[in-house]
Design a protein around this ligand. Structure first.
Ligand SMILES: [Zn+2]
Length: 257
């Protein structure tokens, strides 16, 4: 039998409204395959199309996680629940989401909820399990809606997904993992934006010292600056391998070993 491996497929790298609405970049979130435990994180618009194009099977998913309810992270959550459960004929899987994605002005339709095996509410400081994968939501991020970053632990690796947020110092304390995936919407710091910029991401990477950092979720200013060039610059500054995610990129975590 083959050794179990951990892989991450980027079903989209677009961040924020303009990039998502124009589909200059896709917006399908991350498909995690941790030794056969398949998890979908932040199914933005187009996830179903991007996944089926890459022969990823929704029926294999054990869980869908929403870091927050913004549309670029949740637009396809309902169709992915339907696909995972084969239209509700096979009750299956767990949905993890913040309370405000489920209660007020919910992004998850009520008629689909009984199709799921469980719904778990994400909270600051929470710990959760999906088969032999565990994850924590150490911090509530500074973002207009309830938002949590995710730190995963598989039997082989640790992975953080540092999702949308305004910069604050505690971000540099809670996501110490082998691999850091960080949402970098903006090229420059400053202004009234609840998103990280490239210099802020650089500081976080230097503090957390992951083996590899992957930039993701690009807004227009990052895209115009060519994310792979920004990544190269941050890599040189931090002395850590920083790469820019690409639509469809599959990252195999055995590259970290
Ligand atoms: Zn957001």
């Amino acid at each position: 039998m083959n050794q179990p491996t951990d892989t991450i497929t980027f079903l989209g790298t677009a961040g924020a409204r303009v990039m998502v609405a124009s589909q200059i970049l896709a917006s399908g979130g991350l498909w995690l395959d941790f030794g056969g435990t398949e998890i979908l994180l932040d199914p933005g618009p187009g996830t179903l199309v991007q996944a089926t194009k890459r022969k990823l099977k929704a029926t294999k998913l054990k869980a869908i996680i929403l870091s927050h309810r913004h549309l670029d992270h949740s637009g396809d959550v309902n169709i992915m629940i339907e696909a995972m459960t084969e239209g509700g004929f096979h009750k299956r899987g767990t949905l993890f989401a913040p309370r405000d994605a489920l209660d007020e002005d919910p992004v998850v339709l009520h008629y689909l909820r009984p199709y799921l095996e469980h719904i778990e509410v994400l909270k600051e400081g929470g710990s959760y399990n999906i088969s032999d994968v565990s994850f924590q939501t150490p911090l509530r991020h500074r973002h207009p809606v309830e938002t949590y970053g995710i730190a995963f632990k598989t039997p082989r690796h640790t992975i953080s997904c540092l999702v949308d947020t305004r910069y604050f110092d505690e971000l540099c304390l809670h996501y110490k993992t082998d691999l850091l995936i960080i949402n970098v919407v903006r090229l420059e710091s400053g202004g009234p934006f609840d998103h990280l910029s490239a210099p802020e991401a650089g500081n976080i990477i230097k503090s957390l010292q992951p083996k590899v950092a992957i930039l993701n979720h690009f807004g227009m200013t990052m895209w115009r600056a060519k994310p792979w060039e920004v990544a190269k610059r941050l890599s040189d500054e931090a002395g850590i391998l920083v790469i820019a995610a690409r639509d469809g990129m599959r990252f195999d975590l055995s590259e970290l070993d």
